[in-house]
Design a protein around this ligand. Structure first.
Ligand SMILES: C[S@@+](CC[C@H](N)C(=O)[O-])C[C@H]1O[C@@H](n2cnc3c(N)ncnc32)[C@H](O)[C@@H]1O
Length: 215
């Protein structure tokens, strides 16, 4: 498996034990709520679901709780994050496959999943591999099935925007990349990669967006 250079640069710096706590604070204590908002838009009959860059598995675990009959796979490159994800799922007696894979090239067969999810990872990944990941998400999905992306967004209010930038400076492993992402047109990239019915909803003073689209 190829390990991308950008991955080595920043991601092993994330501290799995502290990640959930810090992430929740950074979303004003609303991390679970925002994930649930996204998950409630997923069709109830979704059987195979994959969480790309699953991290500590929060989204995958919540998905399994909401869709107990579905097969859930969470993939990530970080040993530490995956270890934590597996431990949390075991404690909750949830059967989820957590695997170490590169999300640019997941090694799964094409047209396999009913839902592909990517939560708060794309802003940490440079533009070229980011485009490859979107292409990979398209390949993994069955026709007419759903891609869900949760991401940071540029707040409209200038005071809040500056505070948000301060937050990025403190918490993001690569501030410049995350800050540049705020001006990146993700929806345009999705359109370019042939995704359709692209819908974006904005939350928490426009600092977070949820994008739903179909293959
Ligand atoms: C900010 S965390 C997001 C975790 C989770 N999705 C969430 O919503 O909390 C970003 C994750 O992306 C993973 N990651 C980054 N590049 C990756 C790649 N190319 N393949 C697999 N995982 C990757 C990192 O290891 C890290 O766990």
């Amino acid at each position: 498996m190829r390990i991308p250079k950008y991955y080595k640069e920043s991601f092993e710096m994330l501290v799995p034990k502290l990640y959930d706590f810090i992430f929740n604070i950074s979303l004003f204590g609303k991390a679970k709520k925002i994930r649930l908002k996204a998950l409630r838009q997923i069709p109830k009959n979704s059987k195979r679901i994959i969480d790309l860059a699953t991290g500590t598995g929060e989204l995958a675990i919540l998905t399994k709780e909401l869709f107990p009959k579905s097969d859930i796979v969470g993939i990530d490159l970080s040993y530490g994050m995956l270890k934590r994800a597996k431990k949390k799922a075991k404690n909750k007696k949830l059967n989820i496959s957590f695997l170490r894979r590169n999300i640019e090239d997941t090694e799964f067969s094409s047209n396999k999943f009913d839902v592909v999810m990517i939560g708060f990872a794309l802003h940490e990944i440079p533009e070229e591999p980011r485009a490859r990941i979107i292409k990979e998400a398209y390949r993994l999905l069955k026709k007419n099935k759903v891609l869900v992306i949760m991401e940071l967004n540029k707040p409209k209010n200038i005071v809040f925007r500056n505070l948000f930038r301060l937050y990025l400076r403190i918490f993001e492993p690569d501030y410049n990349r995350a800050n540049k992402f705020l001006d990146y047109d993700l929806e345009r990239e999705l359109k370019k990669r042939k995704f359709k019915y692209i819908r974006t909803s904005y939350h928490y003073l426009h600092s977070v967006k949820i994008i739903m689209c179909k293959k």
